[in-house]
Design a protein around this ligand. Structure first.
Ligand code: HEM
Length: 142
């Protein structure tokens, strides 16, 4: 996958410095725009969920050059998401709301290049997670 690593890492660092609550804000946007997903998030407290998503994003950003790691980790995570009741079409909702939260947090530092970088990265991440979900579905006993 071809990723704009510089734009991704630079913008994420800037966003976290400017707005440490960006992941919290992401969930607010997601639950406002797509309230149907809220009941899926029942196993963990909001704070736990925010910490898990933040560390997943940081881990992905740390491994952008490591295709084998990304494939293994993200397809495994996609399989697990099936057990949370996540459906394929929800990935684009999450991508849209993540980009909206990042844009809001970045303020005047946001640019078309950064937006394209995140859309590209999210598309790649979702693709690998969805491959994992498909493989997990195929492995289910009939
Ligand atoms: C960029 C794509 C995504 C990433 C990186 C991500 C990351 C994570 C992580 C790290 C967890 C913690 C448990 C685990 O490791 O499996 C988790 C749980 C969860 N995710 Fe995601 N996720 C993504 C997409 C989605 C989508 C599209 C949905 C649909 C609404 C979703 C809904 C959930 C739910 C419901 C849980 C379980 C919550 C709970 O334990 O209460 N995720 N996600």
């Amino acid at each position: 996958m071809s990723l704009d690593v510089e734009a991704l890492r630079g913008s994420f660092q800037l966003v976290v410095e400017r707005s440490p609550g960006v992941v919290h804000r992401f969930y607010e946007i997601l639950f406002t725009r797509y309230p149907v997903v809220r009941p899926l998030f029942s196993r963990n407290s909001g704070a736990n969920q925010e910490a898990m998503l933040t560390s997943a994003l940081v881990a992905v950003l740390d491994h952008l050059e490591d295709g084998a790691w990304l494939t293994t980790q993200l397809s495994g995570m996609g399989g697990k998401h099936l057990t949370y009741g996540v459906e394929d079409h929800m990935y684009s909702w999450v991508g849209e709301c993540l980009v909206a939260a990042l844009q809001e947090a970045a303020g005047d530092a946001w640019s078309t290049r950064i937006e394209q970088a995140w859309l590209g990265a999210f598309g790649a991440i979702s693709g690998l997670m969805l491959d994992g979900a498909r493989a997990a579905r195929a492995a289910e006993p009939a």
